[in-house]
Ligand binder design. Structure first.
Ligand code: FA5
Length: 340
């Protein structure tokens, strides 16, 4: 056992590790020299059998060699770890790509966007209001008397609350008073939004639906303005000339009140299955703002006049995209949504 042996072990070890290309073979080299039965380990184990003089000389050399070997092993291991494994990195450019699913807009959203595009061109501001409303804004400020059966017109989801009487708004009309409290006429606004009705659903009725309200107020606004704006909007929306028809109706917050129909967009008023042969399609309610509503908002009685309407967005989408059942809208059924 001598110094040359140790120097030889070291140089063979360094050669072996520089030839190792994987962590596994590197580890095998380490075991070969400093493992339990490794070449250097054997020398270290044998130190105790050496004469004291030799032990003094060989001991520090062998220990230093072990440290050097372990340190070199760690460095080489790190080096191999940082190397790019080209085998693993290879890509097969002939494989088909991953298909990205692209979503589509819900038909109610499409109608929203259309409304929000057309009305600003006619000088309308788009306004929003809360879906959870107080009894005051949803009913009382709109001239619904407390004990009047008119409140039953819109079956209501009442919310349990200690403070104010709260409802899921049954229409977009509460935004009328909310807006007028803050602004003075003249103005033109559109209020799109979600509303809720506690009613049995069928092909034409949902519990959760969308409406869009219009409110135009000034000193000389009349029914003619209403008819003109509505006709412009529907012609732009359907991309064809649309006629309109008003029928007498009742809403507590308008006087006079109308039901609003447009000529059938399928048969142009001649009569077909879409309009049940009547030639007209029902769109929503409208009327001249009742003076009591202006008073609720803090305006003087009889100073201003205005018109308002509330139309169903799903009903419009059904006409535009020929959808046969309103329940598709809230169904979450992708087969339906993907068609738009
Ligand atoms: C109203 O909601 C009034 N706020 C409209 C109004 C506004 C009148 C301003 C005058 C002035 P009505 O309950 O009729 O009215 O609803 C208006 C429209 O909303 C209906 O014509 C219909 O298009 C739609 N709508 C109402 N209830 C449902 C429902 N359950 N499912 C689908 N659409 C509905």
């Amino acid at each position: 056992m001598n110094k040359e042996n140790i120097a030889g072990i070291k140089s063979r070890f360094f050669e072996d590790i520089s030839n190792s290309q994987t962590e596994k073979s590197l580890y095998d080299v380490k075991v070969k020299y400093v493992g339990r039965n490794g070449e250097l380990t054997k020398i270290l184990k044998n130190l105790k059998n050496l004469p004291p003089e030799e032990r003094k000389e060989i001991g520090p050399l062998a220990n230093r060699a072990r440290h050097e070997i372990e340190k070199a092993y760690e460095e080489r291991k790190k080096e191999l770890g940082e190397r790019i494994d080209w085998e693993k990195e290879k890509i097969d450019v002939t494989l088909p790509g991953k298909k990205e699913e692209i979503g589509s807009l819900h038909p109610a959203t499409l109608v929203y966007r259309e409304i929000e595009k057309i009305f600003p061109l006619m000088g309308f501001e788009i306004v929003e209001g809360p879906e959870l409303e107080t009894d005051w804004y949803n009913f009382t400020s709109l001239n619904f008397p407390f004990d009047h059966p008119a409140r039953d017109m819109q079956d209501t989801f009442w919310i349990k609350s200690d403070k104010k009487k709260l409802v899921l708004r049954t229409h977009t009309s509460p935004v009328q008073v909310r807006y007028m409290e803050k602004r003075k006429p003249p103005f033109r606004i559109i209020v799109p939004g979600r509303v809720f009705r506690n009613e049995a659903t069928d092909a034409a009725h949902e519990h959760t639906l969308h409406q869009f309200e219009a409110l135009v107020v000034g000193e000389n606004i009349n029914v003619g303005h209403f008819k003109y704006i509505a006709k412009l909007f529907f012609s732009a929306f359907f991309g064809k000339k649309v006629d309109i028809r008003l029928r007498p109706s009742f809403f507590p917050f308008t006087e006079p009140s109308f039901e609003f129909d447009i000529s059938c967009t399928v048969c142009a008023g001649k009569g077909c299955p879409s309009c049940k042969n009547g030639g007209w399609l029902e769109i929503g309610g409208a009327g001249m703002v009742n003076q009591n509503v202006f008073v609720s908002a803090g305006y003087p009685r009889n100073r201003y006049q205005g018109f308002a309407w509330g139309f169903g967005i799903e009903r419009l989408a059904m006409m535009k995209y020929k959808i046969d059942d309103i329940r598709w809208f809230e169904s979450g059924d992708l087969r339906f949504i993907k068609q738009f």
